[in-house]
Design a protein around this ligand. Sequence first.
Ligand SMILES: Cc1cc2nc3c(=O)[nH]c(=O)nc-3n(C[C@H](O)[C@H](O)[C@H](O)COP(=O)(O)OP(=O)(O)OC[C@H]3O[C@@H](n4cnc5c(N)ncnc54)[C@H](O)[C@@H]3O)c2cc1C
Length: 483
Amino acid sequence: MGGGPASRRSSDAVPRPGLMRSWWLREALAAEGDAPPARPLDHDVRAEVLVVGGGYTGLWTAYHLTELAPAVDVVVLEQDICGGGASGRNGGFVTGWWDELSRLVDLFGERGGVEVSRAAGRSVRAIGEFCQRHGIDAWYRRAGYLMVAAATAQEGAVDEAVAVARRRSVERELVPLSPEAIRARCNSPVFGRGALMRDGATVQPARLARGLRRVLLDRGVRIFEGTRVRGLRTGDPCVAQTPRGSVRARSSVLAVNAWGVAWPVLRRLTVARGSYMVLTEPIPDRLEQLGWTGGECITDLRTAVHYFRTTDDGRIAFGGGGASVGLGRRMGRTFTHDRAAVARTVEGFHRLFPDLADAALVEAWGGAVDVGPVHVPVFARAGRGRVFLAVGYTGNGVGPSELAGRILARRCLDVEDECTALPIASHRPRRYPPEPFRSVGGRIINAAVVRRDRQMEQRGRPGGVTDFLARLPSRVGYRLPPE
Ligand SMILES: Cc1cc2nc3c(=O)[nH]c(=O)nc-3n(C[C@H](O)[C@H](O)[C@H](O)COP(=O)(O)OP(=O)(O)OC[C@H]3O[C@@H](n4cnc5c(N)ncnc54)[C@H](O)[C@@H]3O)c2cc1C
């Protein structure tokens, strides 16, 4: 246990990122008995629906396909193993969209915004029900999500979110809490006002992804791992080419998240940005001292947000957004090996939890987030064919990917219902500019956002140029924070 006085700063030993698998995924694979991956595709096959990508989006799509049509013939192609991407590396926050209500109302109108937020809330509960129904121990715990001002300059964002919920008569969804009430749940000396969203849960993210995979295999879905799709012809049928085989299918779903930067159809809908996490050793007694035993997941209100939660074995998993933006079509080491990003995350951990300076940080890992032009996912169809896609979760896809899977499955089967009638299902957002403006611009703006957050924490207001650059996207019509 990491008890005792703060004599040793764990930042002296910043954990090194770059392991291929996150701690979550290694834990989940070990719990499965380290079974070998599914075999790669080595021949030509036919299917009714092809899913490219074995993360939550692809796996939930396949799951809902089998819910809607139990006999449907589905093939999933994954270049790595299922859960090898963001779905096995994330913070495990399963959150609704009540904190996004202002943006959603802007996009979809008064009724539409509330309707979409309610649908996202249903997904938070549906994930728990899924785990229970299929006996998946994904550590699902619905203890709510706390958004907390960790600097005076962040308090305005809490007040604004709470006021927006009140104006739409959904004040029960985002309940304001005083600094004392916040600190009774998690005692950090820098926490000020905050709000509690009851549509909030945590999971062991990789166990969820692997649980989905297990259910799909049980249902007869053919999953090929270690199989990279090199090209997808969008005609009828769609044809996917892989190194040693092909899949012909009537419909196809492209669920490749930030790898979308390499696909012409997705490139103008996403920018890949890194996010990094660190993990403490088990410190259950220290969590008791903090009073953080209720299982709430918490974020501060920076733009490049800090997100943190506890684990079943008494650790803190702490993440920081705003790591580097990728250049062009490459998904390089910047998303997995960025030591400076880990050091910034560690710095954030120590600022928020100074009493834990001696708690050892034993793991670090990173992954890529697909930053979309409106901060919530975009659903689209590639050309006139039957290739459907969802991209742009912007670091908030654990809950919403369940909703995305529902919508995409219905698209593949030509089912129209209340899910496909949601305004988010047919929204057409503004696209990013072409290269090199997309990724170079993304880098400049991301650096300004990180600088602005720091200035707001340190001196309560941002510098003029930094503020101008950080707000530039919203000035030219994108709905990226800050607004
Ligand atoms: C560090 C980190 C922390 C995060 N924390 C949270 C959080 O706490 N809460 C939250 O809601 N969201 C969080 N997110 C975001 C969340 O993880 C994602 O929104 C979600 O996992 C998206 O699922 P996905 O299936 O779309 O993407 P992924 O899980 O990335 O799946 C895409 C899959 O496609 C595969 N693929 C790509 N190209 C090909 C190809 N050509 N052929 C075959 N396969 C291919 C990849 O290998 C990958 O497995 C976080 C993300 C990161 C990186």
